[in-house]
Design a protein around this ligand. Structure first.
Ligand SMILES: [Fe+2]
Ligand SMILES: [Fe+2]
Length: 254
């Protein structure tokens, strides 16, 4: 599918386009390390939050542990600086099948979509490490930006609404990532540009998966909640943000 057709639903879903000032900042060569390191962390966070959703809502204790084992080598690399990143592709798999809880009416669908998504995010995580190696960028820990937190603090506190909200937030994060990859691709070299376009293809699918799941799980029409989070998201993108990151707001005051 051509990139334009992947992007048009994304543009209508997002309530604002990435401002030019963010693109101008992001294309500065001195900002490549922060963009790539933050991107790396976003891929791990994407895998972790998808895993959290299946662990909380869809599986029993044993399957939950199987899922946790899968993430361990990826988390150890970041949080403990342990292991060799080159060995990660061989570790990107589940050691056992994950079985839905018998009382979870949407369990199987949630597991099926999220397991594929986690696998892809962990593969992206590895691909970013590969790129960082090629560009001689060393990993260092950075502070998380306000973006995801800014949306998650508005998630309802009771179920199943909390879960529906988290899925909608997931859809926005994926859609924005997709839009930013498209915005960045023309301003970087071919290797990085091709990588961003390849990612855009899977993030476009991820955003759809999150939205579809949210609507399937909900007994009510989710469009009001989608609109609600769309406005919060757009505000985080359009307002001044002194902490420049992959999902940050406007980097200059005027
Ligand atoms: Fe990803
Ligand atoms: Fe994704």
């Amino acid at each position: 599918m051509p990139v334009e057709s992947l992007l048009s639903p994304i543009y209508s879903f997002l309530k604002s386009e990435t401002p030019q000032t963010w693109i101008d900042e992001a294309k500065k060569p001195e900002n490549l390390p922060v963009i790539l390191i933050d991107h790396l962390i976003c891929e791990l966070k994407a895998a972790q939050s998808a895993m959290f959703l299946i662990r909380k809502y869809a599986v029993d204790k044993e399957s939950s542990n199987t899922l946790l084992e899968w993430l361990k080598p990826f988390e150890a690399l970041i949080y403990k600086r342990e292991g060799d990143w080159r060995t990660l592709p061989s570790k990107n798999k589940l050691s056992k099948a994950v079985i839905p809880k018998s009382d979870s009416k949407y369990g199987q669908d949630l597991i099926d979509k999220m397991v594929v998504l986690i696998k892809e995010e962990l593969h992206h995580f590895y691909q970013v490490l590969e790129i960082m190696d090629e560009y001689n960028i060393e990993y260092k820990s950075i502070t998380p930006c306000r973006y995801a937190k800014g949306m998650l603090r508005n998630v309802k506190t009771f179920e199943p609404d909390a879960m529906i909200d988290k899925l909608i937030v997931g859809a926005y994060i994926e859609a924005r990532s997709c839009e930013r990859f498209a915005k960045l691709a023309p301003h970087v070299d071919k290797r990085l540009g091709d990588f961003y376009i390849s990612l855009l293809r899977s993030e476009a699918r991820h955003y759809q998966d999150y939205l579809t799941l949210a609507q399937e799980i909900s007994d009510f029409d989710i469009s009001e909640r989608v609109k609600f989070f769309g406005e919060i998201e757009a505000d985080l993108i359009k307002s001044f943000d002194e902490d420049f990151k992959f999902h940050s707001g406007v980097p200059t005051k005027n």
